[in-house]
Design a protein around this ligand. Structure first.
Ligand code: ZN
Length: 376
């Protein structure tokens, strides 16, 4: 079977597993991939981070003078959404050059491409720096699988660089912002709406807090490629009846940070700025990512991709967060590139698709990148 056929067949097989998160239930999909890697001689460690929710770390090769190259990806997908699909999201239907299905772009094609690339090279990896494949669940709801693995260094082993196969149309990208979602609560004392002087209105406190949030100064230098941190108040809820003084209000705050910005220190500073009437708690906390494009390995990847894409890639970043937020610090801040065959614009969309040509191009790219790393 050709490499192209293997990669397409594997992408289709992965789309066939319903791994919508929540609830995820990635175990059978991950075990299926584990079976292929084990047959190719990879050493596996499964991490069940919740019932029926599994990640796997697969390793082959390894030498004393250079750590392995890590390929990383997730197999969970987002829900189908309210709009009906015109095709079966789990059937992996082809139409022209497109392959349809939930997860086709984000990011079962990416996982399939690096698993095929790794199995193609498997027989030659002994005695080289080797490869480590990290395939996780739970990414879509805040990188649960990879954060769990980050606490298990003996599972992860070592890596000298990471390639995350998230959808980028095979362009190598070098960073993303962090996401810090907070809940801000204000509390009051309820009373009948006809006697507001007997109560304390939690919504009035929330209004003050929101006005302050609009003027919050991050006091953090602008990043040449990621810009400035941002803040958006996305939700507000409070009050039960129109004729009651509300005693509780909840505000949802979406902050996007710059790599290097300390989230705990930021929450601390925001808490002091908003004052004692506002309680802040974390809803989601994922750090940003940045690798200097001048890094020698990044330059090597750019060189490889110039040959494959036909033009030199620009220095650019992705708008979404990735598992690298957990894995890159766990591997000691190694250089990290985000590069996968899916279409970023198709991620999380109704009638999601990817291009079959891009899957083939990704396999070619991963083999070349791995070959150079392992000096094959
Ligand atoms: Zn993804």
């Amino acid at each position: 079977m050709t490499t192209e056929k293997k990669a397409l067949d594997l992408t289709c097989a992965l789309i066939g597993f319903n791994t919508i998160n929540p609830p995820g239930k990635e175990r059978s999909c991950v075990e299926y991939l584990g079976g292929l890697l084990e047959a190719a001689g990879f050493h596996l460690r499964y991490d069940e981070f919740a019932p029926e929710r599994t990640s796997v770390v697969a390793r082959k090769g390894g030498s004393v003078d250079k750590p392995p190259l890590c390929f990383a990806g997730h197999v969970d997908t987002v829900p189908l959404g309210a709009t009906p699909w015109t095709i079966d999201p789990f059937k992996a239907e082809m139409s022209g050059k497109k392959l349809y299905g939930r997860g086709s772009s984000d990011m079962k094609s990416g996982v399939a491409a690096f698993v095929v690339a790794a199995t193609e090279l498997a027989d030659r990896l002994e005695g080289t720096a080797g490869l480590t494949l990290v395939i996780v669940g739970g990414e879509e709801t805040g990188c649960e699988g990879s954060f769990h693995l980050a606490g298990l260094p003996e599972f992860l082993g070592k890596a000298g660089a990471i390639l995350v196969a998230e959808p980028t149309s095979n362009r190598p990208l070098v960073g993303h912002k962090g996401s810090l979602w907070l809940r801000a609560m204000t509390r009051g004392v309820t009373a009948h709406g006809s006697m507001p002087e007997r109560g304390v209105n939690a919504i009035y406190k929330a209004v003050e807090a929101i006005t302050k949030l609009r003027n919050f100064d991050f006091d953090f230098p602008s990043h040449p490629h990621l810009g400035n941190p941002t803040l958006n108040v996305g939700t507000i809820s409070g009050g039960i009846n129109i004729n009651n003084v509300p005693d509780e209000t909840s505000i949802g705050i979406d902050i996007r940070t710059i790599p290097g910005q300390d989230h705990t220190a930021l929450i601390d500073r925001m808490g002091k700025y908003l004052g004692e009437e506002v309680e802040l708690s974390r809803v989601l906390d994922v750090n940003g990512l940045w690798t200097e494009p001048t890094d020698p390995w990044v330059q090597e990847v750019f060189e490889t991709m110039t040959g494959i894409l036909g033009c030199r890639p620009d220095v650019a970043t992705v708008p979404y967060f990735t598992d690298a937020a957990a894995l890159t610090p766990a591997y000691g801040g190694v250089p990290t590139v985000i590069q996968g065959p899916g279409e970023a614009a198709m991620a999380h969309q109704t009638d999601e698709y990817c291009y079959v040509d891009c899957i083939n191009q990704a396999v070619e790219a991963y083999i070349e990148i791995a070959r150079k790393w392992c000096r094959l």
